[in-house]
Design a protein around this ligand. Structure first.
Ligand SMILES: [Zn+2]
Length: 272
């Protein structure tokens, strides 16, 4: 996103610089500064802006189409403390029960499906939460720590995405959706743990490889994923490609390419 594009989207929304700054919780001088940038804005700034503008564009689309917000949601949303997970869960449950027979909500949901999808939400730094988790993980043996960080990180990311999806898009929560979310959280945590464990194991031997080190780490992670997902897949799925040796050769080749790409992009720039 360039500064000009930012200004064009802001004006199309009929928003003043002050209003956009308030939505972003930034100073107006910052927003003005971004709009003067001729080239691309930095990645983090662009993601933050894209998210805020996309939400406002969605809201404007509803207003332009003459679809009012649901009075029940407007009223109840004000009372929710979004920092309290229990309150959010209770609200979402109430929303589920409400939305299934509310004509406002049904109408909004049908209309939302015709709009372009929202970009990924930029994650705010949950400093307090991470601090608490860090204490617990620090007590684990050091070889387990990357796995725990991976599991917590990717698991938490999935939770946040799920809450955002359900909360902001105002989709009703069905038992299927909850099951899907739970599955996604478990798979996410499993993936994080596998990657972290592979990294722990490969870290020391890879350190001796000089400039091939990032690629060795990437390959270790890719092969760990291959085994972690391939073996259960071969056992559960009768039609799995991984029931034959040729399947493993193909997957091994794909894994090698993937590992080299991951090594280049993830580990080459320092892995803090
Ligand atoms: Zn409603």
């Amino acid at each position: 996103m360039t500064g000009f594009e930012l200004q064009r989207r802001r004006l199309a929304l009929g928003m003043s610089v002050e209003e956009l700054a308030e939505v972003l919780n930034r100073h107006r001088e910052e927003v003005e500064g971004w709009e003067r940038i001729e080239g691309n804005l930095s990645g983090a700034t662009a993601r933050e802006l894209d998210w805020a503008l996309a939400l406002a564009e969605h809201e404007k689309a509803f207003v332009d189409a003459g679809i009012p917000p649901c009075p029940w949601v407007t009223e109840h949303e004000k009372a929710v403390n979004f920092k309290d997970p229990k309150a959010v869960t209770a609200y979402l449950e109430g929303l589920d029960a409400h939305a299934s027979d509310c004509e406002h909500c049904q109408k909004r949901r049908a209309f939302a499906e015709t709009l372009p999808p929202l970009p990924k939400m930029p994650l705010p730094p949950y400093v307090g939460l991470v601090g608490n988790v860090k204490e617990k993980i620090d007590r684990l043996p050091s070889w387990l720590q990357p796995a725990a960080w991976g599991a917590v990180g990717i698991g938490a990311l999935t939770v946040v995405r799920g809450v955002v999806m359900v909360g902001l898009r105002r989709v009703a929560i069905t038992p299927q959706l909850l099951l899907g979310l739970l599955g996604a959280i478990l798979v996410g945590a499993y993936m994080g743990a596998v990657g972290g464990l592979a990294y722990s194991v490969a870290k020391k031997p890879a350190a001796r490889l000089g400039r091939f080190r990032p690629y060795a780490l990437g390959l270790a992670c890719a092969y760990a994923y291959l085994v972690a997902f391939g073996v259960p897949d071969a056992i559960i799925d009768q039609g799995s490609m991984l029931r034959s040796w040729s399947g493993w050769v193909i997957f091994g080749l794909v894994g090698t390419v993937f590992g080299l790409v991951v090594g280049q992009s993830l580990f080459k720039e320092g892995e803090a």
